[in-house]
Design a protein around this ligand. Structure first.
Ligand code: AMP
Ligand code: ZN
Length: 466
């Protein structure tokens, strides 16, 4: 069955065929590691995970690159403001490299909690300076770059067409607002590919233009080209990347190699909060850890993301996230019931579900529709291990770790259990290991007096409030 993907470049859903046999080459714009990634950012990475998993489900192999931006991303996506890394370093009184390491580790820890498959290649900007410099030189050599007192700019007027990805009217406004920022710019839309470092800038490298550092857009162009070649299959990011970052990546690749670097450009709509923008200044930015503090697992947030198609806005509320947590627990319970089920289910019925699920995910990753099918089978009156197996197969795309349902449910049951009871449970576990049944019974009674009942199952102990 064909995978259909929406392409921002052509503004239509297209039948997907890789450029190179069964291998799909993907580049995803990764995080700028100057602070914790928020759940809005993670909506984009949950989408990235879905895309990977759907392609793998269809039998493709992947060569997927994601960058880590640890230099060159200025405060605005254009050319204004300070480097985000340097600003954070000053604020936290650390070096930009320490900041990058800390937030990169935090990002990977959250990715793991979300069970997001890691791209085959993780490319840090600071480890690719020579590739970037080569790319910038090529742009200048081909006549698309020019030097000013502050930067090397890309001259968009030299291109046959600009912009190609975004809406020109919007771009006019953005660029117009910036015209007076650098009077040395030849055209309002010109953007910096290489930036001359101010004296106090820590991250800088030698270049034909003195001590300087790469522009954010150039980083992605150089790293995608290095690992995936001049033209690859899919480029992903959030919708905010359409008018500037991706538009400028296209410009750079055309300037250096005369080609648009990716065939399909995919963009995720924003996660909003209370119907508005999620932003640090409004104080409505949440992290995965903050959700966990409120009893919402990272995987429940992933399930929450499946309530809307990736190309529509999704409004975050804690109420919605709590509902997703409950739904995830129900899905796990249903899976476990089916796992033990002995009732007969016709293979034709299973095949029909498989077909419908595949149709849904292959239709530009229609996760809400796919989840509807998942719920239909999970709630089936007949309890059958065949349904449990089917849920596990679908979980290759969902990535909800249904195989570990039992462990997750146990952890969930323990969420509200006081520390004191958990300690007694631990002592009882030890007593049972040592076959001290008298102590085990005594501890059980003690726990009961405190309002909790212990149940011994074949997989260990669970506890419930009386
Ligand atoms: P950044 O670290 O700011 O470069 O952003 C990382 C990724 O998150 C980019 O692909 C952004 O487009 C995306 N992103 C930022 N904010 C949101 C949001 N509220 N909802 C969805 N994606 C977002
Ligand atoms: Zn990028």
């Amino acid at each position: 069955m064909t995978v259909k993907l929406y392409n921002t470049l052509t503004k239509q859903k297209e039948d997907f065929t890789p450029l190179n046999g069964s291998e799909v080459r993907i580049y995803s714009c990764g995080p700028t590691v100057y602070s914790y990634a928020h759940i809005g950012n993670f909506r984009t990475y949950v989408f990235m995970d879905n895309l990977r998993r759907v392609l793998e489900y269809n039998g493709y192999t992947l060569k997927h690159v994601m960058n880590i931006t640890d230099v060159g991303h200025l405060e605005s996506d254009g050319d204004e403001g300070e480097d985000k890394m340097e600003k954070a370093a000053k604020k936290e009184n650390k070096s930009p490299y320490e900041i990058a390491k800390f937030y990169t580790d935090a990002f990977f820890a959250d990715m793991k909690k979300l069970n997001i498959e890691m791209p085959e290649i993780i490319a840090k900007a600071t480890e690719h300076i020579p590739d970037m410099l080569e790319f910038a030189k090529k742009i200048v050599k081909n006549g698309y770059g020019y030097e000013t007192s502050s930067a090397i700019y890309f001259d968009v007027s030299k291109l046959d067409k600009y912009p190609v990805l975004s809406n020109r009217n919007i771009d006019d406004q953005i660029a117009g607002a910036r015209v007076d920022v650098d009077p040395e710019k030849r055209n309002p839309y010109d953007f910096a590919i290489w930036i001359k470092a101010p004296k106090n800038h820590i991250m800088k490298w030698d270049s034909p233009w003195g001590e300087s550092y790469p522009g954010w857009h150039l980083e992605c162009s150089a790293m995608s080209r290095k690992y995936l070649g001049e033209v690859f299959d899919i480029h992903t990011g959030g919708v905010d990347h359409i008018p500037t970052h991706h538009e400028n990546e296209i410009a750079q690749s055309k300037g250096a190699f005369g080609k648009i670097p990716a065939k399909i450009w995919m963009h995720v709509e924003f996660l909003q909060v209370n119907g508005g923008k999620m932003s640090k200044s409004l104080g409505n930015v949440y992290t995965i850890s903050q959700l966990e503090e409120k009893g919402i697992e990272a995987l429940a947030y992933k399930l929450f993301c499946y309530t809307a198609h990736y190309r529509t806005k999704l409004n975050f509320t804690f109420e919605g996230a709590h509902s997703s947590q409950k739904a995830l627990n129900r899905l796990r319970e249903n899976y476990l019931k089916h796992k033990e089920g002995k009732e007969e289910i016709d293979d034709d019925i299973i095949d029909e579900y498989k077909k419908r699920f595949l149709e849904a995910v292959n239709d530009d990753l229609n996760m809400p529709l796919a989840m509807g099918i998942v719920w239909e089978i999970a709630r089936n009156e007949k309890k059958s291990y065949k349904i449990a197996n089917l849920l596990l197969e679908f979980d290759k795309v969902l990535g909800l770790e249904l195989i570990n349902s039992e462990e997750y449910l146990k952890k969930q049951n323990n969420v509200d259990v006081p520390e004191e009871i958990l300690k007694l449970l631990e002592q009882r576990k030890q007593a049972r290991l040592e076959k001290d049944w008298a102590l085990s019974d005594k501890l059980r009674d003690e726990i009961k007096v405190k309002g909790y009942i212990v149940k011994d199952t074949k997989d260990g102990m669970t506890v419930e409030k009386i």
